[in-house]
Design a protein around this ligand. Structure first.
Ligand code: KG4
Ligand code: ZN
Length: 330
């Protein structure tokens, strides 16, 4: 089965065409991230207008000259996200399903991030039970996945999401947007074994549950930035990144051990972080748990992950009944 997946929850307009949930036939992403850079964060109205502008050209490019005839179903991320952005993808998907007379499948964007791990991976797929860490600009959640589509929420952030903290800290350090890749780039100037300079908190690392908090760490960085010498920006970025990664790694592994899972699955924009990959892969290996990260290009928002999630969870919906849900959760 070939599914066309549409993603428009935030500042990426993306369409992916995926066969059998794993084989990516095509995938196109247009991002308005650069337009938000001068504001240090997303401006919802600008993001929504860019969605309108990009949706049809992105669809056309993903089809790559072929018709809709080969597409068996249309899938769309219907939440969570920015409402102005969301409705562009959802209404486009509804119109396509109705006019082409194809089934419409609704996908939770967060579930989509988990399924990024099935893309371009025909064998050695994640095994259940699995614990999934969804770590993005808007979310930081740990969920237990007993089988396809069955998610039990274990815990999540009480305040800022990890990606959001990366974005805000990047801004106060005078770096660009999105913050994660900028902090990663400048932190790479610092050697892993180098002397610690700042005494940053490792929030809730020993809380004994699966909740997170990143706002205190963010505030510590804001305060530090007020007196920080320019030459110390790389070390501050490195230590901030390391603090976030340490907490994410420890809690994810603790969840996997508590529920005796066969796999750890990581998804969402922050899963592009090389530091998170290194620490979590190393700790998982030591504990004989197989840890999965998506290919870097599938870490951030894309339509292919939506098509994959739809294949494994074929939740068909009447196009006339589907509505965008900006606060959808697990
Ligand atoms: O999943 P995503 O594309 O959008 C949401 O659903 O929010 O995630 C975007 C987030 C941003 O906060 C960005 O700073 C973060 O992912 N991110 C990273 C890296 N690449 C993207 N965070 C840390 N390290 C990275 N390399
Ligand atoms: Zn996302």
């Amino acid at each position: 089965m070939i599914i066309l997946g549409i993603e428009s929850t935030c500042d990426e307009t993306s369409v992916g065409i995926v066969k059998g949930g794993t084989e990516v036939i095509s995938f196109v992403v247009a991002s308005s991230a650069a337009m938000h850079e001068k504001y240090g964060g997303i401006v919802p109205e600008v993001a929504a207008r860019e969605q309108v502008k990009c949706m049809v050209p992105v669809l056309k490019e993903a089809l790559n000259g072929s018709s809709f005839a080969k597409i068996d179903a249309i899938a769309v991320a219907y939440g969570p996200g920015l409402i102005g952005s969301l409705i562009i993808g959802v209404e486009t998907a509804k119109a396509l399903a109705l006019t082409l007379n194809k089934p419409l499948v609704k996908v939770n964007h967060l579930v989509g991030h988990v399924y990024a791990n099935w893309l371009a991976r025909p064998t050695d797929l994640p095994k259940f039970p699995a614990v999934a860490l969804v770590v993005s600009g808007g979310h930081t959640d740990l969920v237990l996945m007993k089988k396809h589509g069955q998610f039990t929420w274990l815990g999540g952030t009480l305040d800022d999401a990890a990606g959001e903290a990366f974005d805000k800290v990047s801004r106060v350090l005078g770096l660009g947007y999105p913050g994660g890749p900028e902090i990663e780039k400048i932190a790479a100037q610092v050697g892993v074994g180098s002397q610690r300079k700042f005494n940053l908190p490792l929030p809730m690392i020993n809380s004994g549950n699966f909740d997170f908090s990143f706002s205190g760490l963010k505030t510590a960085m804001v305060r530090l930035s007020l007196t920080l010498a320019k030459k110390d920006v790389p070390i501050a970025a490195f230590e901030f990144q390391d603090a976030v990664v340490k907490v994410l790694t420890k809690k994810t592994l603790a969840a996997a051990k508590k529920f005796n899972t066969k796999s750890i699955i990581v998804g969402g924009g922050v899963s592009a972080s090389a530091a998170l990959r290194d620490q979590l892969l190393t700790s998982s290996r030591k504990n004989n748990i197989v840890c999965f990260f998506p290919e870097k290009k599938f870490s951030t928002d894309n339509g292919a992950m939506i098509a994959s999630a739809a294949y494994f969870n074929f939740i068909k919906i009447n196009p006339l009944k589907l509505q965008s849900d900006s606060s959808l959760y697990f």
